[in-house]
Ligand binder design. Structure first.
Ligand SMILES: NC(=O)c1ccc[n+]([C@@H]2O[C@H](COP(=O)([O-])OP(=O)(O)OC[C@H]3O[C@@H](n4cnc5c(N)ncnc54)[C@H](OP(=O)(O)O)[C@@H]3O)[C@@H](O)[C@H]2O)c1
Length: 183
């Protein structure tokens, strides 16, 4: 099973424009179509509470949405078994839960706090990053501040429109992999 972190970002790494949490106001149609396709083909989707609040997902029969919050008891009325859960489970337990359930991949769709949590614990296998040819001044980055250094290796990069939106996929190099001697 692969754990995939997916984001759309500007060239300078912003995932929100100014204070606006609505991503589709600036992301390209090509990225939106790509994201919708990935979303539709993945059952388990994990997000932070703030990302959920920005655009609350509607429970459906195709997905299990997992919303991370330190206060899951506040959202009990929104829970629907097998469709949407609110949890304070630690990330490694969450991932282990799905290792045994024959998922081919799970998606982490942000935001920055949740991305950083999973990246720092080395629980992400791949980063699927769409880079829009834009630069925003104010806006959130896709990780929060901290002293970490995560190595990546490019798997693929596709230009999907005239403007030059790039859909990229990177593999995360885990600490033990980067220590292996080259053959
Ligand atoms: N461009 C993109 O691709 C993209 C993708 C996703 C999101 N976004 C944007 O990013 C913004 C949200 O990002 P964000 O970093 O502010 O928030 P976030 O990561 O979506 O959620 C943060 C919340 O997650 C919960 N949380 C944090 N650490 C936790 C832990 N260890 N255990 C359990 N729960 C934990 C906390 O909820 P409680 O306060 O309830 O405890 C915290 O307030 C939104 O504006 C959204 O639109 C952009």
């Amino acid at each position: 099973m692969k754990t995939i972190l997916i984001f759309v970002s500007t060239l300078n790494g912003k995932i929100t424009k100014w204070g606006n949490p609505k991503i589709r106001s600036w992301s390209s149609q090509e990225d939106q179509d790509y994201f919708d396709r990935i979303w539709n083909e993945t059952r388990v989707i994990i997000m932070g509470k703030t990302t959920y609040m920005a655009d609350p997902v509607k429970p459906d029969s195709k997905h299990l949405f997992i919303v991370m919050t330190r206060q899951p008891e506040k959202y009990q009325l929104k829970e629907l078994a097998g469709k949407i859960e609110f949890t304070s489970e630690v990330p490694s337990h969450l991932i282990n839960r799905f290792e045994t359930e024959q998922e081919d991949k799970i998606l982490i769709v942000g935001g920055a706090q949740i991305a950083t949590l999973f990246l720092k614990e080395q629980l992400i296998d791949e980063l699927w990053l769409t880079i829009e040819p834009k630069i925003f001044g104010n806006g959130a980055g896709f990780v929060i501040n901290g002293n970490f250094d995560i190595g990546l290796k490019l798997i693929s990069c596709e230009r999907v429109n005239d403007q030059g939106t790039l859909i990229t996929k990177y593999m995360v190099i885990r600490a033990e992999q980067s220590l292996k001697p080259a053959n």
